[in-house]
Design a protein around this ligand. Structure first.
Ligand code: LMR
Length: 423
């Protein structure tokens, strides 16, 4: 192609952002976007959370409001409060000073930072190794597409653990547990803290206990991706159950890393608000300082220092009682509207006698439904009906509203009958 870029090839568009571009170009009035996981109100419009509007007002009215650089770790009130959101305010890890927090470019930035940090410094106990381990990372099958790209770009060996049983549309817990047992000691297991993307299927409390027990027996490192706290149940404390269980598990001897995003639950998608929290097992101020300094170095070399605006808005919400209460109400507004849409879609499909069982739509949780529609059906939905979802059949339920759910249900019905699959 070029003497200087001899090996370069053009890649296909990103599945999600490519879909967004096709949707934008579609001139049909009745098109429906069930692609990217972004909340929409009942009119199909982006929603600025009332808590965010109030926080922004309060923030800009402060006499010392400015756009100066933050420190490299990020905005301290945001870091302190975000750790409390994911770990719980009374977390033993916080009380015993075992948490090292670094602000990141939302969840993706946190995952990249976690991957790089672990690649450089994680030495696997049990292998008696002093050198950074070359351990594989295990991702759920399926998982958010970007997980693969992030860890591939860092040179990880990527493996998968069974998760979704397509026949039963339930969690393949036996396959999951077996993969944990079979993985080399000290492997990294990427776990979706709640509202699994793309399936919307979370382990039960009992299943989480089994998963974490096997992880601890086999000395693996849990890496939590928490991008939807508050979206599964509407309640922050319910949705961090798995993380708290891991933190409070005395048998788990390894560090825990949490990648936290506020893109969805505060609706600050483009502002890139997030954090990485490294939880060590013992109080050790020297180790804490070393970890912090290395995370700082990575941030400094990549983005110099984290973006300030979104973190300040979120910190305002988390530190002001009234704003915090408003945010919790906003979470309920979003999660309950999504639950309502799940019910409407299922009921409509049942009323049309659409072939197949549609219970999974209401049993799944969070922003997404893994509909079971095949790639051909998804392609036909887009072409014939102007209904956009990713080819895996994942639908962002937040894109449904009272005005379009019937149209979407009819479109689902048509494509299912067209291909007459065994669903
Ligand atoms: C999604 O899965 O739709 C979101 O997490 C948006 C993204 O960045 O992929």
């Amino acid at each position: 192609m070029s003497k200087y870029f001899a090996n370069i090839v053009e890649l296909p568009p990103d599945p999600l952002f490519g879909l967004k571009a096709r949707f934008t170009q579609d001139s049909r009035d009745n098109k429906v976007d069930l692609g990217i996981g972004a909340y929409r109100d009942n009119n199909g419009k982006p929603w600025i959370l009332p808590a965010v509007k109030l926080a922004e007002k309060k923030l800009v009215a402060k006499p010392d409001y400015n756009h100066e650089y933050l420190g490299i770790s990020g905005y301290q009130p945001f870091l302190t409060e975000s750790a409390k959101v994911i770990l719980g305010p009374d977390s033993p890890a916080i009380l015993h000073d075992r948490v090292i927090s670094q602000q990141s470019l939302s969840g993706t930035g946190a995952l990249h930072l976690a991957g790089k940090f672990l690649k450089d410094f994680y030495t696997v106990d049990g292998l008696n190794s002093k050198a950074p381990a070359s351990v594989p990372i295990y991702l759920s099958k399926p998982t958010w597409a970007n997980h693969n790209q992030i860890f591939q770009s860092l040179g990880y060996e990527i493996k998968s653990y069974p998760y979704w049983n397509n026949d039963t549309k339930t969690l393949d817990i036996d396959g999951f547990l077996q993969a944990i047992r079979d993985a080399p000691t000290g492997s990294i297991f990427l776990l979706h803290a709640c509202a699994h993307n793309p399936t919307g299927l979370d382990p039960t409390a009992d299943q989480w206990k089994q998963i974490l027990k096997e992880i601890s027996i086999n000395n693996h490192l849990p890496l939590f991706d928490s991008a939807y706290q508050g979206f599964a149940s509407g309640n922050l404390d319910k949705d961090n159950f798995a993380v708290r269980l891991a933190i409070e598990d005395e048998n788990l001897k390894v560090p825990i890393v949490i990648c936290q995003s506020f893109a969805k639950n505060v609706g600050m998608y483009g502002e890139r608000v997030g954090a990485i929290h490294v939880i060590v097992k013992e109080k050790n101020p020297t180790l804490n300082r070393a970890i912090r300094s290395q995370l700082n170095k990575l941030i400094r070399s990549e983005i110099s220092n984290p973006p300030a605006y979104g973190a300040k808005v979120v910190a305002e919400i988390l530190t002001d009682k009234t704003l915090r209460a408003q945010w919790e109400e906003d979470l309920t507004t979003m999660s309950s509207r999504i639950i309502k849409m799940r019910k409407s879609l299922r009921e409509l499909l049942i009323s049309y006698k659409t072939p197949g069982n549609w219970d999974h739509i209401v049993n799944q949780t969070g922003m997404f439904s893994f509909t079971g529609l095949t790639p051909e059906m998804v392609a036909r939905l887009e072409k014939t009906h102007g209904v956009y979802l990713v080819s895996s059949g994942r639908a962002s339920v937040a894109g449904l509203n009272d005005g379009n759910v019937e149209q979407v249900a009819k479109a689902f019905d048509e494509v299912v009958r067209y291909y007459k699959p065994k669903l």
